[in-house]
Design a protein around this ligand. Structure first.
Ligand code: ADP
Length: 163
């Protein structure tokens, strides 16, 4: 039996912290599905298609990773894709309360799946997509936070939107 893990998120955009989680999870499971949220209450800078394209470019060398879009309930997407593990990254204690609550809700909705948390690697603990967007907006250097392709696309996007 193969074990499939789903790693859901907004990924607006994918950061080195997200990549680190996928790279470390990849040998643990037969497949890791990075599920990009289409319908989100968050005001995203990138469309879901753009977020998927960026994630695909960044993760193309990892054989057992699949990138998909999901709309609506994450657990429905997990069921459709036969995932039995929900993967989430934990940066700091401040993430824990929300993530613990989310895991509890998801367990209620899908008792056959379990949430697994991977603590982020130390050097990525302070990285968040929202801070990356904010720093880039004001011309700060985001080289250490996102893959190169993401940096370039984000800078282009911000330049285009300020025209
Ligand atoms: P969401 O909109 O669900 O918060 P995100 O795209 O922000 O989605 O993040 C998806 C997952 O990746 C979450 O579990 C989040 O905690 C985790 N994550 C975000 N940033 C990092 C990071 N720097 N290191 C490790 N995990 C992270």
């Amino acid at each position: 039996m193969s074990t499939i893990a789903i790693y859901p998120g907004t990924f607006d955009p994918i950061t080195l912290g997200h990549v680190d989680i996928v790279v470390r999870a990849s040998p643990m499971f037969d497949q890791v599905i990075l599920a990009v949220a289409g319908s989100t209450s968050k005001n995203t800078i990138f469309s879901v298609e753009e977020r998927i394209e960026l994630a695909s470019k960044v993760l193309e060398k990892i054989q057992n990773v699949k990138i998909i879009q999901f709309n609506g309930l994450m657990v429905d997407c997990a069921k459709e894709n036969n995932a039995s593990v929900i993967l989430r990254g934990l940066r700091a204690v401040s993430d824990f309360e929300y993530e613990f609550q989310l895991a509890g809700m998801n367990r209620k909705l899908m008792p056959e799946a379990d949430t697994i948390f991977l603590p982020t690697s130390e050097k990525y603990t302070y990285i968040s997509s929202s801070l990356v967007r904010e720093i880039a907006k004001f011309g700060g250097d985001i080289t250490d936070f996102v893959p190169k392709v993401v940096k370039n696309v984000l800078i282009d996007k911000l330049a285009a939107s300020s025209r």
